[in-house]
Design a protein around this ligand. Structure first.
Ligand code: COA
Length: 237
């Protein structure tokens, strides 16, 4: 019998039903991460970041017409997903923003996140000009950069305020650009980050960051402070 292989699909508004949302919520709750030791109440430090289908719909599908969900299944079981939203920035560019990306732990480092992002934004939306992500996980940033032209910090500096000003995603509307890219007096070590008030534990992402720096010799986005996420905005390749 042939070995099963990963199957990738993109789903839009009418295809994102309660069943797939429940599967995504379950995958997220088991695999996303844990709350940071300094996570404010009522969050529970050390406990898993949990999600249910209703919360997922509220957080990731607030603009259903412009939302796409990329899924990866193996033998019919969901093992990875990426939610993304498409909108037009004030500068007139069409941007595809990855709002949530998670891969089941035993299927990581096999290119699943990279392949999910390659399918975005899917046929319904056609070509976009830009891609963006805010994530504490270096691998999420690296997987996005496979779908874009090379990282250009000046481009992020110029586009960051425009993209945030036009964002349709709640955590971006209230997010604050932080790091030396946006404030030359910022001496925190952060370069391109955004304060989203999201206190997920950084132990795993920082351990991956150590590996990435060993492999690539550098990490251009700088340090990751509590409650912050790395920020990547880049031209589609
Ligand atoms: C972030 C995440 C989605 C990456 O998924 P993945 O399928 O393992 O990613 P990929 O295999 O496509 O790898 C992408 C890049 O990151 C690198 N990478 C991934 N995991 C790594 C690790 N543990 N150590 C070093 N590099 C790693 C890969 O080598 C690849 O880079 P390369 O092509 O230059 O070699 C996954 O780790 C995850 O679900 N994490 C928890 C949730 C999270 O933090 N999501 C992001 C928030 S939006």
């Amino acid at each position: 019998m042939a070995a099963a292989s990963y199957i990738y699909r993109t789903l839009t508004k009418d295809q994102i039903d309660d069943k797939i949302l429940a599967e995504c919520a379950s995958l997220f709750s088991k695999n996303y991460g844990i709350w940071a030791p300094d996570a404010p109440k009522p969050l529970k430090p050390g406990k898993r970041v949990m999600m249910n289908a209703g919360k997922l719909r509220q957080q990731c599908i607030s603009d259903a017409e412009h939302t796409v969900l990329a899924v990866c299944t193996l033998d019919g079981v969901l093992i990875g997903h990426a939610f993304a939203v498409v909108w037009q920035t004030d500068g007139g560019s069409l941007i595809c923003w990855v709002t949530q990306l998670v891969v089941e732990q035993s299927h990581r480092q096999k290119g699943v996140a990279t392949a999910l992002i390659q399918t975005l934004p899917g046929e319904n939306f056609g070509e976009v000009d830009l891609f963006g992500i805010a994530s504490s996980h270096p691998a999420a940033c690296l997987s996005l950069l496979k779908r874009t032209k090379a990282l250009d910090l000046d481009f992020i500096r110029n586009q960051g305020p425009t993209v945030l000003a036009s964002a349709t995603v709640d955590y971006l509307k209230t997010g604050q650009l932080r790091g030396s890219l946006f404030d030359p007096k910022d001496a925190s070590g952060a370069v391109s980050t955004i304060f989203t008030n999201f206190y997920v534990d950084h132990a795993e992402p920082l351990s991956v960051l150590g590996d990435v720096i060993s492999k690539h010799g550098k990490w251009p986005l700088g340090s990751l402070l509590d409650g912050h996420e790395f920020l990547v905005i880049a031209r589609a390749s």
